[in-house]
Design a protein around this ligand. Structure first.
Ligand code: HPA
Length: 241
């Protein structure tokens, strides 16, 4: 059954979905990393694909930018398409001085300036985090692959063009690693729908030093994250079967 934003049927999606922000990145992943991939939905150019990675069925579906957009796709995937696990892959702006451009961060926790989690969960004292077993797996797999993988709390913001000039310093003081715009929605919805979720980001720009990746560096860094996330996704899919 189609939903308002996904024109597909239940069996079209794999149990595990990789979720970049950018629809073009979804196409890039399907074309370059998946075998026998097929387009399963394209409502509003949000192109979703299902294919195989090392023999394991995986879907890719973009979130768009920001929590309202991401929450629409995440809710419909979990509720209507029998998706069990969503792994976000994205970019983030680094706060923490120890983070270098291209480093990967797994969001072991998440804070936000949005009211969305409180409204969804119905209580102000919520905690947001990934599925514990998935986090453990990712940390183990990152170490085995020799990746620089930081694990810590990320800040999900509703604001890209942040007017608060002191925010950066407060985040560093509080030990928050980086800022992005979707993870809090993913973690809140996984909690409500009793599904699995994990958010992985690479540092594309550094808010303390002003450093940012060139377009070429951005692509090669994303390639690294895509490969890693696909390994995590296929490992997860195997454990669901
Ligand atoms: N802010 C919010 N989201 C982001 C940023 C940022 O600076 N960089 C990459 N995603």
């Amino acid at each position: 059954m189609s939903t308002p934003h996904i024109d597909a049927t239940v069996g079209d999606f794999a149990k595990v979905v990789l979720m970049p922000g950018d629809p073009r990145r979804a196409t890039y992943i399907a074309e370059n990393y998946l075998e026998n991939s097929r387009l399963i939905t394209d409502v509003r150019n949000a192109v979703g694909y299902t294919g195989f990675y090392e023999g394991v069925e995986i879907s890719v579906m973009p979130s768009g930018m920001g929590m309202p957009s991401a929450a629409i796709y995440i809710t419909e995937l979990y509720r209507s398409f029998e998706v069990e696990t969503i792994i976000r892959i994205g970019t983030a702006g680094g706060f923490a001085p120890q983070l270098e451009l291209r480093d990967m961060v797994v969001a072991s926790g998440c804070i936000t300036n949005s009211r969305m989690p409180e409204l969804l969960l119905g209580a102000p004292d919520y905690e947001l985090g990934p599925t514990a077993s998935l986090l453990n797996d990712v940390i183990g797999m990152g170490a085995a692959a020799g990746l620089t993988l930081h694990s810590g709390t990320v800040f999900t913001s509703d604001i890209f063009y942040e007017p608060d000039e002191e925010l950066n310093d407060r985040m560093i003081e509080d030990g928050i690693l980086c800022v992005e715009m979707e993870t809090a929605a993913l973690y809140a919805l996984a909690q409500i729908e009793q599904k699995q979720a994990l958010s992985l980001v690479t540092i594309s720009d550094h808010l303390t030093t002003g450093a940012r990746l060139s377009p070429e560096e951005r692509q090669s860094t994303l390639n690294e994250m895509i490969s890693f996330a696909l390994q995590v996704a296929s490992n997860q899919a195997d454990s669901i079967e």
